[in-house]
Design a protein around this ligand. Structure first.
Ligand code: PRT
Ligand code: MG
Length: 224
């Protein structure tokens, strides 16, 4: 029985931007998740399939070996932690994980336009932060010596300061259009975000012959 390989992806921007990397590895999905309700998508390769999961669930599927590899944003990986996962290294940059340079954005602090963030974020001050990223937010404000009450949300963070749920948000920004449309402004940069390849630790050993050519093809096809 030949070994099977399962790749976990989220639909939307990650799926779209991963297609060229898959193509470089000779893998072509039989359909696009946007046009299908299928959660398991076969590929042209009889032993390789894709599973479509929520972006924040990709590390969980890979950690438990339900998928052998996956692609997830650095935001999701920082929040999830690294248990059971490994990130292949970039052979061109010593000790750096391979960054796929896809789904790029920035983790930012944003506030309502006109809010005096410089004054409100002095050491010893207290801020209410709404975010989907409680670990990233807590670490950022702890380093600044600012006390925070973190309100965990699952989406539409931009609404929270508009209706008095929080003073600020910690969220991803790409074009800035969502902030602008809601009269918010980015006031602090926390991290640059892009996506990374994650591999199940055990699968990296037991399925090395199947996995390694895919990892190498992805590395060779990273957009500059
Ligand atoms: O959307 P859903 O709730 O299903 O899940 P998700 O948001 O976790 O998934 P998805 O597919 O939206 O995002 C997957 C990954 O793409 C994230 O984990 C990030 O690493 C990356 N990414 C890149 C982004 C963005 N850019 C981005 N702009 N993820 C989210 N956004 C959101 C942001 O949260 C904000 O609401 O887009 C809005 C801002 O966009 P602009 O262009 O208006 O600034
Ligand atoms: Mg989203």
């Amino acid at each position: 029985m030949p070994q099977q390989l399962t790749i976990a992806l989220s639909k939307g921007r990650i799926f779209e931007e991963t297609l060229p990397l898959l193509a470089a590895a000779g893998i072509v999905p039989s359909e696009a998740p946007e046009n299908s309700r299928k959660l398991i998508i076969p590929t042209n390769h009889p032993n390789i399939r894709l599973v479509i999961v929520r972006a924040s669930d990709v590390p969980t599927y890979v950690q438990y070996g339900a998928a052998d590899l996956g692609i997830a944003g650095k935001d999701v990986l920082i929040e999830h932690g690294g248990e059971g996962l490994c990130q292949p290294l970039d052979l061109n940059i010593a000790h750096q994980p391979l960054d796929l340079q896809i789904a790029k954005c920035r983790m930012m602090v944003a506030v309502p336009q006109g809010f005096d963030y410089a004054a409100a974020s002095q050491p010893g001050c207290r801020l209410r932060i709404a975010t989907k990223y409680p670990n990233i937010a807590a670490e950022h404000f702890a380093a600044k010596g600012v006390h925070v009450d973190i309100i965990k949300l699952y989406g539409s963070m931009e609404l929270a300061p508009l209706v008095g749920l929080s003073d600020c948000i910690v969220d991803l920004v790409s074009t800035g259009n969502t902030l602008k449309a809601n009269n918010l402004e980015a006031v602090e940069h926390i991290a640059n975000i892009s996506s990374r390849l994650i591999v199940n630790k055990a699968a990296l050993k037991t399925k090395y012959a199947l996995l390694n050519p895919i990892i190498e093809a992805f590395a060779g096809a990273i957009p500059s």
